[in-house]
Design a protein around this ligand. Structure first.
Ligand code: HEC
Length: 132
């Protein structure tokens, strides 16, 4: 009986710990028309600078100053923002990143009505500079 109780307690503890850990983000379903979308903002120092300014003001709270996903607000979220400097993130198309920013999902806000498309493309250009 004692063994069963112990096993039960361990199982409950494991479930509890698992539920506390932020969920690893599942892959995004990017609609085909976004995936292959061409950027409306050619990359340039001015575009990158514009994107960086918005990023620091709007995105860094969750995504972190350096884009690794460790912003002060990240801890209170159910899902973890991924690492923008990683090869995995950087292998996504510009259009996919544009879609994720414009449309969002769950903890990732929807910026559709808040940031102009051209500025979202400026942010995409900035995020490209974070590549390791
Ligand atoms: C309130 C916190 C929060 C803010 C502010 C925020 N994000 Fe996110 N973002 C997230 C979370 C959490 C995810 C992961 C969501 C998921 O996987 O379901 C995410 C995901 C993303 C992704 C997809 C890649 C990934 O990390 O999974 C991109 C691109 C992105 N965010 C860009 C931005 C940009 C650009 C801004 C600012 C304009 C921004 N985010 C602001 C929380 C935030």
């Amino acid at each position: 009986m004692k063994a069963i109780k112990t096993i039960f307690s361990i199982a409950m503890l494991a479930i509890f710990v698992a539920s506390m850990a932020p969920a690893q983000s599942k892959s995004w379903d990017i609609p085909a028309n976004y995936k292959d979308m061409k950027s409306a903002a050619k990359t340039s120092p001015a575009s990158i600078q514009a994107g960086e300014a918005i990023y620091k003001k709007t995105c860094a709270a969750c995504h972190g100053k350096t884009g690794v996903g460790n912003g002060p607000k990240a801890k209170s979220l159910d899902t973890k923002p991924s690492d923008f400097t990683s090869a995995g993130f950087q292998s996504e198309t510009d259009g996919a990143i544009f879609y994720q920013t414009k449309v969002g999902r769950e903890d990732m806000p929807k910026y559709d009505k808040k940031i102009e498309d051209t500025d979202i493309w400026n942010i995409v250009n900035y995020l490209r500079t974070l590549k390791k």
